[in-house]
Design a protein around this ligand. Structure first.
Ligand code: SAM
Length: 336
């Protein structure tokens, strides 16, 4: 069983948002307002939907949000998902375990890293946008996060959730001066740091072409620190261009959805925290998969809906082109 869209792209990755609540207010994502309304489904409903996706050919599930570590029933959910096997067996012909990863801001990770590993989580990506504590506060708009996040990253390493990846969204005027400190952080802490171009997915109106620090500029900054040496992609749908330095210490990556879009190799679909399917971050609409479940649909009905929706997957996004429309939802409501 495998899922392929009308452009021949194999769809193997599912991002599932399990809440659109967040304890951070990152400037490139959230408004400064507190969350008063949010949407979350019972965890068993996400599990049922993921099961159907996996039966159709999904091989990797990334749990995201909002902040996924805020959900109390996260550990049993990870346990259930990690026990699933993929529709396609592994190379040896033996059953292959579903790859379950999480993206988190890391605030609650120090305590949860070890239990998550036990529950069967394979990897974790931590979002952290500054190495300088004062800049960290300016980016996240929370005052007590920095030490907790660094402790979370270290706990994830100790728990064996490796390689630990740290994602930093770079915005001109906010944190472009953090690129070199992050290169040092990668070398000192033994983590992979990936710099992400800012996309127009925020709740506030901050995005403009000149706020984006593009791939070439990031590359120049990193090369001015130490010469970069390219590394091969680890998978076909790899979104980051990977590098180490001339002495082989540290690993950095650049994810450049704006200046070097990778839509041609996109293998992803998304499930929002309210159970809608999205075929692209920049879709103008979403598809009410949860509605099928609520109307008493069978797993076969859910599967048919998923297959029909994947046929609608867009060829590419249009950021930076005349007539570009912001997507129908912001990142926190889609699930990054
Ligand atoms: N709360 C979790 C976290 O902080 O990783 C998961 C959700 S967050 C929305 C997922 C990812 O989306 C983070 O790595 C975040 O940096 C990224 N993100 C959010 N808004 C973005 C934007 N406008 N452009 C690029 N990346 C963005």
């Amino acid at each position: 069983m495998s899922l392929t869209d009308k452009f021949g792209r194999r769809i193997t990755d599912l991002r599932v948002s399990i809440t659109d609540r967040c304890n951070y207010r990152c400037v490139y994502c959230r408004s400064g307002e507190e969350d008063v309304k949010f949407s979350e489904l019972p965890m068993q409903d996400y599990v049922r939907l993921v099961r159907v996706f996996v039966s159709l050919g999904i091989e990797k599930v990334r749990i995201t949000g909002g902040e996924p570590l805020l959900r109390k029933e996260l550990l049993p959910m990870v346990e259930e998902l990690a026990a699933l096997t993929t529709a396609q067996p592994g190379k040896s012909g033996a059953a292959k375990q579903l790859d379950v990863a999480i993206t988190t801001n890391g605030h609650l990770l120090a305590k949860l890293a070890e239990p998550l590993r036990h529950a069967g989580l394979s990897r974790v990506t931590v979002s952290m946008d500054a190495v300088d504590p004062a800049k960290f506060v300016r980016m996240t708009r929370v005052s007590n996060g920095y030490d907790a996040v660094v402790a979370g990253i270290r706990a994830a390493k100790r728990a064996g959730l490796e390689p630990v990846k740290v994602n930093a969204v770079i915005l001109r005027g906010f944190n472009e001066d953090q690129i070199i400190p992050f290169a040092r952080f990668s070398r000192d802490e033994g983590v992979i740091v990936r710099f992400i171009e800012f996309m127009p997915l925020e709740e506030e109106r901050l995005w403009a072409p000149d706020v984006v620090v593009g791939y070439n500029e990031m590359l120049d900054i990193l090369n001015s620190f130490r010469p970069l040496v390219p590394l091969p992609a680890t998978s076909a749908g790899e979104t980051a261009m990977r590098y180490t330095f001339d002495d082989g210490i540290g690993e950095v990556g650049i994810i450049a959805p704006v200046s070097k879009a990778f839509c041609g190799a996109c293998s992803r679909v998304r499930l929002t925290s309210d159970g809608k399917m999205r075929t692209c971050l920049f879709s103008q609409s979403d598809h009410d998969l949860y509605g099928v479940l609520q109307r008493g649909g069978s797993d076969a009905d859910l599967a048919a809906f998923i297959e029909k929706t994947i046929e609608k997957k867009e060829a590419r996004h249009h950021i930076g082109e005349a007539g570009f429309l912001k997507p129908s939802r912001s990142m926190v409501h889609i699930g990054g």
